[in-house]
Design a protein around this ligand. Structure first.
Ligand code: NAD
Length: 295
């Protein structure tokens, strides 16, 4: 079992760290939010006054932070974590960030003989709690193989997408697809409801038909259709609209850089941005349904 430091105990990071504890690892945690730290300490984790102090003596560091600027702040610069870690330490960033930022951190890590991989995840809070996340990794094969046994404590499918940044590219493509699916699913359910159909019945029909998709199967956006999903608790918890707009912005920037056309992704970005601008940024992303359905 490994000595692991986990930084970033939000909607995803908290259950992921919890699963590492259950897998028998020696886990030290750090977050800017004291209640988030206390919850993990109550489960058996250790903690310290700063990310750097928490990382002392760790064989492996895992970060699960909101965006690239947080990842840069934690790792880079004279006061960053990379400057303090002993050579050979395994460093895994599971945040969803730009591929370029992941490559910048990877280069800084390589300059200090640290083993870094980008390992963003898919599967949502449900997957994080159940330990069934999909990890999409970018980096050297040797580092990927080293990380795999630790990632297996939190996930079911562990992919090596390619070199540094490749995990983030795959993740950005996946989330662009997810945003399109969630907006499309909401649109179809709202149209059915306008015609007097029961959204639960329509959902079952589409699940067994060619419109079936992940949003319908495990994350239905219509309140009351599915138990245990954000739609059934006023869209609290889950994957925030603000994080989805961040990911769609990453896809958009990437498409511009690579001269790729993403008409559906661009429309999804505008829909989620509009929704965020109407004060919904802190709700789960399935609340996009509210753009189509008046309460
Ligand atoms: P979150 O906002 O719930 O949690 C982020 C945590 O990081 C917070 O607890 C915050 O206090 C902490 N933090 C921020 N800066 C810090 C710092 N400098 N030091 C220590 N802690 C710091 O976000 P989340 O939903 O857990 O998502 C985390 C990442 O995972 C994001 O990049 C997101 O895009 C990605 N992701 C989220 C989901 C989801 O369903 N929520 C799914 C897949 C991927």
């Amino acid at each position: 079992m490994a000595k692991i430091t986990f930084i970033g105990l939000g909607n995803m990071g908290a259950p992921m760290a919890s699963n590492l504890l259950k897998a028998g690892h020696d886990v030290t945690v750090f977050d800017l939010s004291q209640p988030a730290v206390e919850a993990l300490v109550a489960e058996g984790a250790s903690t310290a006054d700063s990310g750097k102090a928490a990382a002392e003596g760790a064989e492996c560091i895992i970060t699960m932070l909101p965006a690239g600027k947080h990842v840069e702040a934690v790792y880079l610069g004279d006061d960053g974590l990379l400057s303090a870690l002993p050579e050979g330490t395994l460093v895994i960033d599971s945040s969803t960030i730009a591929p370029e930022t992941a490559r910048t951190v990877a280069e800084a890590a390589a300059a200090r003989n640290l083993a870094f991989i980008d390992a963003p995840v898919s599967g949502g809070v449900g997957g994080a709690k159940a330990g069934t996340l999909t990890f999409i990794c970018g980096g050297e094969a040797g580092t990927f193989n080293r990380a795999k046994s630790i990632l297996e404590g939190m996930g079911k499918n562990i992919f090596h997408a390619g070199p540094h940044g490749a995990g983030q590219v795959a993740k950005i493509c996946n989330n662009m697809m997810l945003a399109i699916l969630m907006a499309g699913t909401s649109e179809a359910l709202a149209l059915g409801a306008k015609n007097g159909l029961d959204p639960a019945v329509l959902s079952e029909i589409m699940k067994q038909s060619s419109g079936g998709n992940w949003a319908l199967n495990v994350y239905n956006p219509w309140p009351g259709v599915m138990e245990g999903v954000p739609a059934s608790r006023e869209y609290q918890g889950g994957f925030l609209v603000n994080l989805m707009t961040k990911d769609l912005g990453l896809a958009f920037d990437n498409a511009v850089k690579n001269q790729a056309s993403i008409p559906m992704g661009s429309l999804a970005r505008n829909l989620f941005q509009l929704h965020a601008g109407q004060g919904n940024g802190e709700l789960d992303f399935s609340s996009i349904l509210r753009l189509y359905k008046a309460d």
